[in-house]
Design a protein around this ligand. Structure first.
Ligand SMILES: O=C[C@H](O)[C@H](O)[C@H](O)COP(=O)(O)O
Length: 224
């Protein structure tokens, strides 16, 4: 079993009957959703809130009941992946373009559990280009403003056309040398007109399940 599958499946240990569960996006949490589908067939009663159209489709295929913000007043736990995790437990997310809905769901969750293989652990964020979701109108200008923060932004393309997010926006992948103050950068980027959200998740996850090559899972609890 690979490390992503290992931690993805392990995450269901934290999901109990009756919970409202935020369903993250990506190739690690894919395994969580698969396992949840199996448990639901066996009688587990949960309601999911998906963070992307992709995840919504997968959950529906597997028969996981879904709900929405209009119908519930809390999310008990969200399971999601990450592109980078630094030693202070800050994250970069959005490699799969789902960062905006992921951040909304994470902010509404009592618990955020991150599942990742050990390749995602870094000393300092910034190797992975930071995804920033921007409104298509005037994106070229928004990109210039973002570049003033000392990065090289690039419009994310699919088949030579802008990649469109589930929310109808574009993604700029912004390569920084290193991100020294993630919390500050998170706030400042979001003040630029045209920026909808960025992929920095500064120290908001409660727990990390890290899959290692030797088949073990490292559980890190955030004591903040
Ligand atoms: O937009 C995508 C999400 O933030 C993912 O959770 C992140 O990219 C990690 O994905 P994966 O588990 O496929 O590496």
């Amino acid at each position: 079993m690979n490390a992503k599958q290992l931690v993805g499946e392990k995450a269901v240990d934290y999901i109990k009957d009756g919970m409202v569960v935020g369903l993250g996006t990506g190739s690690t949490v894919y395994w969580t959703i698969q396992k949840l589908g199996q448990l639901v067939k066996e009688g587990l009663s949960i309601k999911g809130i998906p963070t992307s159209v992709r995840t919504e489709e997968l959950a529906k295929e597997l028969g996981i009941p879904l709900t929405d913000f209009a119908s519930v007043d809390r999310i008990d736990v969200t399971i999601d992946g990450a592109d980078e995790i630094d030693s202070e437990l800050n994250l970069i997310k959005g490699g799969g373009g789902a960062l905006l809905r992921e951040k909304i769901v994470a902010a509404a969750s009592a618990q955020l559990i991150i599942v990742a293989d050990e390749s995602k652990l870094v000393k300092q964020l910034g190797q992975f280009p930071l995804p920033v979701e921007v409104i298509p109108f005037g994106w070229e200008n928004t990109m210039k403003k973002i570049a003033e923060f000392g990065c090289q932004p690039r419009l994310r393309l699919v088949d030579d056309k802008p990649d469109i997010t589930d929310n109808g926006n574009y993604i700029l992948d912004c390569k920084f040398d290193k991100i020294t103050k993630p919390e500050q950068l998170n706030k400042e980027l979001n003040t630029i007109p045209g920026v909808v959200e960025n992929g920095l998740f500064p120290n908001i996850a409660n727990m990390f399940l890290i899959g290692k090559k030797d088949g073990k899972v490292n559980v890190i609890t955030n004591m903040r």
